[in-house]
Design a binder for this molecule. Structure first.
Ligand code: COA
Length: 327
């Protein structure tokens, strides 16, 4: 079967209303607005309301992406939702989004877990599915990190926020997905164990007390990995596409920490005005970070037809990857 040229037709995002500022955090853990700003560039982040979760946020971002793409939901063949904070091991949150869009039984929906690189992974997989079949897919990143953060650990809880972003992809000459790659390598410097009660299993060593599981991170080690992953991703995607740093018009890097974005932009030799930054407003929203940033850059009219937009992310796993989009 001939391979269709696949493009991004539209993007959407959902950010919960509740804002948690650094000043608010000062009342929860022993930290300071100045410390957080200096080390991370984060000023505030969003916290999902009790009735919200990755599926409700993902559905809201998807509706907006479909509207912006001008695609009716019934033209979709796949929904892939990348997340690291599912409240259910099953059913997949993507199927709950499918249901919310009135598409029960009409397509295949599944979740994908690849740390904060999840959106790049989902985009890479979705592009290959629809390129063969000439169909449309929703690619979503949605995370509620606030529910897996240890709110007594100042070195991690200050970093994360909740949110969702989505894109619609399909046969198109607009937003052309020119090249992408994804990669992984085991790294236990950033992990989160599944919550389950070991005490009820007769096949596991007895625990005297149950312990909640939270995001565990060795910050300085993860920082070093992240900067290296951004540089490696840049080198590799530019080589794959046969273009140079000078050809990059916009750089969207996973919004983990301003210092990582700054290092990436310097390495790419991309001027600061071509670096998309919203980490100050939302913190690290994991799999949602790249599509939220892409959506905002499009809404602000920054990205123009013909621009080369580079999407780079990295995360727990470890995972990393990049996609080059010609708008
Ligand atoms: N407020 C005030 N002080 C804090 C703090 C906070 N929120 N968090 C840590 N500190 C303290 C530490 O206790 C330590 O104090 P000590 O020197 O007395 O022991 C000091 O600040 C330095 O800690 P360190 O962890 O070395 O700081 P850092 O400069 O590496 O910054 C991170 C910490 C987490 C901001 C940084 O390592 C980082 O961003 N790492 C990457 C995280 C990331 O991107 N994760 C997601 C990847 S997808």
């Amino acid at each position: 079967m001939a391979k269709n040229q696949i493009g991004i037709l539209g993007a959407g995002a959902y950010l919960p209303e509740r804002v948690l500022t650094n000043k608010d955090l000062e009342k929860i853990v022993n930290t300071a607005d100045e410390w957080i700003m200096e080390r991370t560039g984060i000023r505030e982040r969003r916290i999902a309301a009790p009735e919200e979760d990755i599926a409700t946020m993902g559905a809201d971002a998807s509706r907006q992406a479909l509207e912006n793409a001008g695609i009716e939901p019934d033209r979709l063949s796949y929904i892939i939702l990348s997340t690291n904070s599912s409240p259910y091991l099953y059913p997949a949150a993507a199927i709950r989004v499918q249901e919310a869009l009135g598409l029960n039984g009409k397509l295949a929906a599944f979740d994908l877990q690849a740390g904060c690189c999840g959106f790049n992974y989902a985009l890479h997989v979705a592009e290959r599915l629809v390129a063969q079949e000439g169909k449309y897919a929703l690619v979503i990143g949605s995370d509620t990190n606030s529910r897996w953060s240890n709110w007594t650990d100042r070195s991690t809880c200050i970093l994360f926020g909740d949110g969702a972003g989505a894109v619609v992809i399909g046969p198109s000459e607009q937003g052309r997905l020119k090249e992408s790659f994804i990669a992984s390598s085991l790294n236990m410097k950033l992990y989160c164990e599944t919550e389950f009660n070991r005490e009820v299993s007769p096949f596991l060593p007895h625990q005297t007390h149950t312990q909640r599981h939270y995001i565990y991170m060795d910050g300085p080690e993860v920082f070093k990995f992240a900067v290296g992953a951004v540089k490696e991703s840049l080198r590799r995607i530019l080589e794959m596409a046969g273009i140079t740093r000078e050809d990059i018009d916009y750089l969207i890097i996973h919004q983990a920490n301003w210092r990582i974005l700054d290092a990436g932009a310097r390495f790419a030799k991309v001027p600061m005005e071509k670096l998309i930054v919203n980490v100050d407003k939302y913190g690290n929203t994991s799999a949602a970070s790249v599509p939220i940033a892409l959506h905002e850059a499009l809404q602000e009219g920054k990205i123009q037809r013909g621009d080369n937009v580079l999407l780079i992310s990295f995360g727990a796993g470890a995972t990393w990857g990049a996609a080059l989009v010609e708008w």
